[in-house]
Design a binder for this molecule. Structure first.
Ligand SMILES: [Zn+2]
Length: 329
């Protein structure tokens, strides 16, 4: 057997026994005897980075946050790599094999499965968003509906010229008004920013209870079945060391069996992480904070609004507009 064969065999052996690949441990971990262990000095920094991202969904924001709070300066590309690095999720990835393999639960994680699923969701979402500078539609366009005439309200802008002739002094104001208002007198135009403010307050107020009312009985049963399947496979893994000790299984067969069981558990955990109610509840918690909404650009807000809201209904003639939301679920 030549050297490269031997190295390859060594790596395969590492993989089956779920040992960390050679090299430095990722920031926040140290190399232990046979696994990564949490580095108590640096792990809180990584944890804070993740928490900031989970709350606000902004990679640059999270990078800035740990620079300010811990004086830990990292590149945006490094932050992005942290968000997807399997090690922080308690898994080991072997890139050298084709296809690359991930073995679950090889060491203590810095992210729960729910949090990891939420990060993936946020990353997917950010990818499909137009850039902040793109001339995007306003977030309330097409969502706001007049309770009096049942018409869609449209966004219009007026530029105030009263302030002076120079362009720099011109300020544009946004309004919402009924498109073809049949009312006499016509419904008056509303200040866009103030409607937005009310809509955000209302979402933060109503979303948690709207989400908790979503029927999840069928999904609840599926979740229990999947969890039971994981528990069963985990208990098989727990019994293997005794079988090795008693000589019923040799070490290699035992390692391979454990490896296969872990892969099967990983597949089930993936399905669990994708079930909607767990995610929905987690997301509702994050976005029921006004700051979350104000940190978004208008195009991002437009995108997020439509994930949860079918319409924002209001009565332009009532003094408090009687604004209420129609949720998609
Ligand atoms: Zn109207």
């Amino acid at each position: 057997m030549n050297i490269s064969d031997r190295i390859r065999q060594g790596h395969a052996q590492n993989r089956i026994r779920a040992l960390p690949p050679p090299g430095n441990a990722p920031f926040g971990y140290k190399r232990g005897k046979d696994r990564y262990v949490i580095d108590r000095t640096n792990a809180p920094i990584v944890r804070d980075f993740f928490e900031h991202f989970l709350l606000y969904g902004s990679l640059r924001g999270a990078v800035r946050h740990i620079a300010q709070r811990f004086n830990k300066v990292i590149a945006v590309s490094t932050g992005k790599a942290w968000l997807t690095n399997p090690v922080y999720r308690g898994d080991l990835a072997y890139q050298a094999v084709d296809p690359p393999q991930v073995i679950r639960n090889t060491h203590k994680s810095l992210l729960s499965r729910d949090e990891a699923a939420q990060i993936d969701r946020l990353l997917r979402r950010n990818r499909s968003l137009p850039s902040r500078t793109a001339s995007a539609k306003r977030s309330l366009a097409g969502l706001a509906i007049c309770d009096r005439c049942n018409g869609k309200m449209t966004v219009t802008s007026t530029t105030s010229r009263a302030l002076g002739k120079s362009k720099a002094k011109q300020k544009s104001y946004l309004y919402l008004r009924c498109h073809d208002c049949p009312e006499v007198p016509k419904c008056k135009a509303l200040d866009y920013e103030r409607v937005l403010e009310r809509a955000i307050d209302k979402i933060c107020q109503d979303l948690p209870s709207a989400v908790s009312g979503v029927g999840m009985s069928g999904l609840g049963t599926l979740k229990e079945q999947l969890e039971a399947a994981i528990a069963k496979k985990t208990s098989v893994i727990d019994q293997i060391p005794a079988l090795v000790l008693s000589g019923i299984l040799d070490r290699e067969t035992a390692d391979l069996r454990i490896y296969n069981l872990r892969t099967e558990i990983a597949t089930i955990e993936d399905r669990l992480a994708q079930l909607p109610p767990t995610n929905l509840a987690a997301i509702a918690q994050t976005i029921s904070i006004p700051q979350f909404w104000w940190d978004l650009s208008e195009s991002e807000r437009r995108f997020y609004f439509r994930e949860f809201i079918r319409a924002i209904a209001l009565d332009p003639k009532s003094p408090d507009w009687n604004l209420h939301l129609v949720f998609v679920f």
